[in-house]
Design a binder for this molecule. Structure first.
Ligand code: FES
Length: 121
């Protein structure tokens, strides 16, 4: 039996205070996201700032502030809660990063079944 799950990263990639970027799909509109550990949970969000639509990071996997407390948009400094993607400071305060459903197992972190890049166009 083949494994049709879409892998995003390994569980050991996600130490507290770290995040990992991922891209799923080909062509001009792949699904670009970030995945992070928050407490005992794992969260994933769309890598598109609600302010101006820019990717949040400028360098690979560079999504969190120095203390690992907030997700940061490097374009204009918006700060988002890792627990829920709510913007608490910056030009899009009050808006949200869209959450991407994931499944976590010993094998890694995977896109939840049925999620596609088209869901986030
Ligand atoms: S694009 Fe993210 S704060 Fe402006």
């Amino acid at each position: 039996m083949t494994d049709s799950r879409v892998p995003l990263c390994s569980v050991t990639d996600l130490q507290s205070g770290q995040a990992r970027g991922f891209r799923v799909g080909e062509g001009p509109w792949p699904l670009s996201g970030l995945v992070l550990r928050h407490g005992e949970g794992v969260r994933a969000y769309l890598n598109r700032c609600p302010h101006a639509g820019h990717p949040l990071n400028l360098r690979p996997d560079d999504f969190l502030d120095a203390e690992g407390r907030y997700i940061v948009c490097r374009s204009h400094g918006a700060l988002f809660e890792p627990a829920n993607g709510h913007c608490v400071a910056g030009p899009c305060a009050g808006k949200w990063l869209p959450r991407i459903p994931v499944e976590v197992s010993r094998d890694g972190v995977f896109l939840a079944e049925g999620v596609t890049a088209e869901d986030y166009l």
